[in-house]
Design a protein. Structure first.
Length: 267
């Protein structure tokens, strides 16, 4: 997602063909991340995500390049990765999504932040999100969400961010094989992939758009609540709703009490 804070990371420049140059240590960080995460998501991620993993066939020993990932996405759903700086404004974020371009910050986390990073690095964007961008319903929802955000007011964008957070970033899905993960923020996290399904601590609630819009969240903790869809078409059905009217209703009803200590990082 787009973020307003400053970043301690600097994205890698890309050449005229979209390729970045990474150091050996940066490539080893990717190798460490992906080789430990693949066994964790197996049996916990939804089938559509695992199918995308197979299609993309990420290299294990180096950071994948945006043009290589884009070639697979374009063949499947018409999407592409767009190299961006570490942080981008909301206008750019929504514009990219509306045009079937998924922003990918071309840096990878430092080794001292291997387990958790608040801002989206290339492992989060590529490993967490791109496999499901090979799924048409997921990809179509993401594009239409971008179009909606382009024309929303700044206040409404904050509310729309909740829909993104509790679906694209931290969503769960009920499948014939049981509860599975589809949110990229979960799937790129070693600890939260296990926690969201197996811990008795968080709440897991059936997805309801109005309920989501009234739910505060924090970006710096494991989530205390997850919303569960029963099919990816649920996401696309959101687009048929009058989301702006729903946002206004959520404001009238008021926000739920947060399920975490209130601080400056709640949204």
């Amino acid at each position: 997602m787009a973020y307003k804070k400053t970043s301690s990371y600097v994205a890698k420049p890309v050449n005229d063909k979209g390729y970045a140059t990474y150091t050996d240590d940066e490539n080893r960080v990717w190798q460490d991340l992906i080789t430990r995460q693949i066994p964790i998501v197996a049996g916990r991620a939804c089938d559509e995500y695992m199918h995308g993993i197979d299609l993309l066939n990420f290299p294990k020993n180096r950071i994948p390049q945006c043009p290589d990932v884009s070639s697979v996405l374009q063949a499947e759903t018409g999407w592409a990765l767009e190299p961006v700086p570490a942080l981008i404004p909301f206008d750019q974020f929504f514009n990219l999504l509306a045009n079937k371009k998924f922003p990918a910050a071309t840096f990878i986390r430092r080794r001292d932040e291997l387990d958790y990073l608040q801002e989206p690095d290339i492992f989060h964007e590529v490993f967490g999100h791109c496999p499901l961008l090979t799924n048409q319903a997921y990809a179509d929802f993401t594009q239409t969400y971008g179009k909606l955000g382009l024309h929303a007011s700044p206040e409404d964008r904050v509310m729309l961010a909740k829909l993104y957070w509790f679906t694209i970033e931290f969503g769960l899905i009920e499948t014939h094989s049981g509860l599975r993960v589809y949110g990229g923020g979960i799937l790129s996290s070693k600890d939260e992939t296990i926690y969201c399904l197996e811990s008795p601590i968080p709440q897991r609630k059936p997805f309801d758009a109005l309920d989501v819009l009234r739910t505060p969240y924090r970006i710096d903790i494991k989530q205390p609540i997850y919303f569960v869809i029963n099919h990816f078409n649920v996401l696309f059905q959101l687009i048929d709703m009058d989301l702006i009217a729903l946002i206004q209703k959520a404001r009238r009803l008021g926000m739920h009490q947060p399920l975490y200590p209130v601080g400056e990082k709640n949204v």
